[in-house]
Design a binder for this molecule. Structure first.
Ligand code: ACO
Length: 343
């Protein structure tokens, strides 16, 4: 998918992570693991965990307010809210509707997207279509997770990996030549059983047995997911570059899904991209699933690592199995004020 009508870009970003930090040392006291194992196998040192009163929408709302402020628009101008999450407050109403209400975004439509850790890439592609066709001028796209609620804290295979947080962006029209140049979305449903949360819905309704069998928690075959991830991260990056007629060496900065430092390093190596041009924060947040890309993007921008005109790729993989990449030519609206609708 590389077609576009109006150019669509990111006009503001924001993040929120819960205050509580859970270190590897804390985990050593909870399961049979070690700081050394977690650091060397995953690159994670610590992760943020929601407080008892917090859920995915609470994090999303705080990230969204920051993104709206950064974009310099008012809440009333938002036409649509798309929330990517695998840990919604509840199955319905959608987390996007909870966010819409809390923000007071009166004219906004709102819905959730669920595509594993690739959710933000899917949500961005989806929201982007509304802007590209002129159906919307300002879309709020959020990735938010409270996955700590869905993790079995007695399963060392998974509980050391995930963290909570939220990232939000406002997208809208940008000048010609800027914004999203290409998007690639992929899925391989045959790999679904490699990463799933099996019970609680129509296939396997909640029962005392499903609770006793830990079927309401995340189940993962880590090694297989790892192999899949390395392959699709490289392939989808190359595909979006090719779709936009760019050579791999024209990639300026990479924002990869933050699941495991070894996956990120392997992808960067395959793309022949020095790690200085890759944002890495998995050490501080763990895998925040659908939130990881917008959180990383916000931090890279704050650190001044992405400049106007840079070619930036966002790339992710996750449950489904799914994968996706978005190539943007970065538009720095702080540097170049642009009247909405001129694009
Ligand atoms: N502490 C100590 N030992 C552990 C731990 C732990 N926390 N977890 C697993 N081990 C053990 C295993 O039991 C295994 O022991 P065994 O050989 O005696 O059976 C050993 O360590 C090695 O296990 P591997 O699976 O080979 O370890 P690997 O090097 O593959 O690393 C990991 C495991 C970190 C999970 C890795 O496979 C990985 O990162 N996979 C990708 C996961 C991922 O990206 N998930 C994305 C989720 S996306 C979404 O949509 C939610």
């Amino acid at each position: 998918m590389s077609e576009r009508v109006l150019p669509v870009g990111i006009l503001g970003t924001g993040i929120y992570v819960p205050e509580r930090v859970l270190t590897n040392r804390d985990l050593e006291r909870m399961v049979d693991t070690s700081d050394e194992w977690i650091r060397t196998r995953t690159g994670i040192r610590e992760r943020h965990i929601v407080a008892d009163h917090e859920a995915a929408s609470d994090l999303a709302i705080l990230a969204a307010r920051q993104a709206i402020q950064d974009a310099g628009i008012s809440v009333e101008e938002i036409d649509l809210i798309v929330v990517a999450t695998n840990s919604p407050d509840m199955l319905f109403p959608a987390t996007a509707c909870l966010v819409q209400h809390a923000l007071g975004a009166k004219k906004a439509g709102a819905f959730d997207v669920q595509a594993g850790c690739t959710g933000f890439i899917y949500a961005l592609a989806c929201g982007g279509q509304f802007v590209a066709t002129g159906a919307a001028k300002a879309v709020l796209v959020i990735g938010t997770e409270a996955l700590s609620r869905l993790v079995n804290w007695q399963d060392r295979n998974t509980c050391v990996l995930f963290g909570d947080g939220a990232g939000a962006v406002v997208i809208g029209p940008v000048p010609e030549g800027y914004g999203i140049l290409a998007t690639r979305l992929g899925s391989e449903g045959a790999g679904g059983p490699l990463l799933s949360l099996p019970a609680g819905l129509s296939r396997c309704p909640a029962s005392p047995e499903t609770v006793a069998n830990n079927q309401h928690f995340i189940h993962m075959h880590g090694r297989e997911v790892f192999k899949f991830a390395v392959k699709v991260m490289e392939e989808s990056c190359l595909e979006v570059l090719q779709a936009a007629g760019l050579a791999p060496e024209q990639l300026d900065f990479l924002i990869p899904h933050q699941a495991n430092i070894r996956i990120i390093e392997a992808a960067a190596k395959r793309l022949d991209l020095p790690l200085e041009r890759v944002w890495i924060n998995v050490d501080r947040y763990g895998n925040t699933s659908a939130a990881s890309i917008p959180v990383a993007l916000h931090e890279a921008l704050q650190a001044g690592r992405i400049r106007d005109g840079d070619h930036v790729v966002l790339v992710a993989f996750g449950a489904g199995l799914t994968w996706g990449a978005t190539l943007l030519r970065w538009y720095d609206h702080h540097q170049q004020p642009f009247e909405k609708g001129d694009g």
